[in-house]
Design a binder for this molecule. Structure first.
Ligand code: SAM
Length: 406
């Protein structure tokens, strides 16, 4: 940990209670004020200086680690040592990471979701290293892709990245994309095909290996749960096929009987049709609701052998139809009120929510409750080992109160 030069008089000794959404440790001053301590782990005793103080809470920086947690380890990555903020939990033993993440989800549901007794169970994790087959890179002033320094816009070189698929990192050292803001690189774990995409699209790249597909038509094919899925360079895909399979297995674990019996399933925020293609029997009608034109084109391609409709629209503006089950996998900000209202109008008896942010899950749980959906069970997954990110898959069932589409 960094040791800033501060006068001893400003140092405060704290014991960390737990980690919270966003990954920081939470401690309390003697007077009860909450202090957020980046990098600190539950049970650790730390000397800190306050670097930002408000009436109700403060932020701190660790000056000295007095009593380390038994799950604290040396971060192994060189890029991390140079300040890369991509893996903010490399100092946590892999065996301890998912338990901490489960605690974060439980706490978010308790505090924000008003669900003190919510059932939250431990799901699985992807392999700890080399799991990322899709990655977005920031670009520095000379056009070099890299990763952001923690809590900064600076770009750190990544000639090594332990969580990325090796064929993905291999594209980085020679690549230059002057004037680009962001570069997305992807590799198919099943056949090694690679694609690249950057914004703004008129930027010109140099130094990409000849096999890498670029441009609006670029895509890779990934094998997931026995299906070949086309994923265009501009379309969203999970951190890798292992993450996708873990999610599919968890969605099915929570709602297999309902999915198997359903006449119609809505895959909201459906991307390339991942859940529609893999979670439902072949004869089930599936409706994908997705805002990205690129992902919609992929979903139409991937579901060509199915009774499927792809609605290219935002969920908030979607004209709902009746459905038996909804699977919803929104971006980090969650569903929000308008999307909850639209999804509730399907009258679906079961709604499976896939959330990548515990606090937005908890906010959505409140909104879904108001729309008649009762929280049944949440399963927490680690799809991003060595980071604080946690994925939660939650089943909600329609209670007595519901408005339905005609
Ligand atoms: C977390 S991804 C999930 C995609 C897919 N379920 C999967 O697992 O591959 C969220 C998807 O929602 C889409 N999206 C974001 N906001 C949306 C909105 N308001 N309405 C519809 N789709 C949206 C994004 O383009 C992206 O494909």
């Amino acid at each position: 940990m960094a040791v800033p030069d501060h006068r001893a008089s400003s140092i405060v000794r704290l014991t960390v209670e737990r980690v919270v959404a966003g990954g920081d440790g939470l401690a309390r001053e003697d007077a009860g004020r909450v202090v957020f301590v980046p990098g600190a782990l539950p049970g650790e005793v730390v000397d800190v200086v306050l670097v930002g103080a408000k009436r109700d809470f403060a932020r701190a920086q660790v000056v000295e680690l007095i009593e380390p947690s038994p799950v604290r380890v040396e971060a192994p990555c060189q890029a991390r040592a140079r300040g890369c903020g991509g893996c903010d939990w490399q100092h946590v033993a892999i065996a301890g990471q998912l338990d901490l993440k489960v605690g974060i989800v439980r706490e978010a549901l308790r505090r924000t979701g008003r669900l003190p007794d919510a059932e939250v169970s431990v799901g699985g994790s992807v392999q700890p290293w080399g799991y990322r087959t899709s990655m977005r890179f920031a670009v520095d002033g000379e056009g070099r892709p890299g990763l952001r320094r923690g809590r900064s816009n600076d770009v750190v070189d990544v000639d090594e990245c332990l969580v990325a698929h090796p064929a993905l990192v291999a594209m980085v050292p020679s690549l230059r994309v002057p004037v680009a803001e962001e570069v997305s690189l992807r590799v198919s774990a099943s056949n090694g095909a690679r694609s690249a995409w950057w914004t703004p699209p008129h930027a010109v790249a140099h130094g990409l290996p000849a096999d890498v597909m670029v441009g609006p038509q670029a895509f890779v094919v990934e094998q997931v749960a026995g299906r070949a899925l086309r994923v265009s360079a501009q379309s969203f895909f999970q951190s890798g096929p292992e993450a996708a399979e873990l999610l599919i297995a968890t969605v099915r674990k929570l709602a297999a009987p309902e999915l198997d019996a359903a006449g119609t399933v809505v895959d909201a925020y459906g991307g390339v049709g991942l859940f529609a293609a893999t979670c439902t029997p072949a004869e089930t009608e599936v409706i994908v609701v997705e805002g990205s034109p690129s992902a919609c084109a992929d979903a139409r391609h991937n579901l060509a052998d199915r009774q499927a409709a792809v609605h290219e629209t935002s969920v908030e503006r979607w004209n709902p139809c009746r459905a038996d089950v909804v699977i919803a996998d929104p971006s980090r900000q969650g569903l929000g009120g308008e999307a909850v209202a639209r999804l509730a109008l399907t009258g679906a008896a079961t709604l499976v929510l896939v959330s990548c942010d515990p606090v937005s899950l908890a906010r959505d749980a409140v909104l879904l409750h108001a729309a008649g959906y009762v929280h049944r069970q949440t399963v927490a997954l680690d799809l991003f080992p060595h980071t604080h990110h946690v994925e939660a898959v939650t089943r909600f069932d329609l209670g007595d109160v519901a408005l339905t589409a005609g």
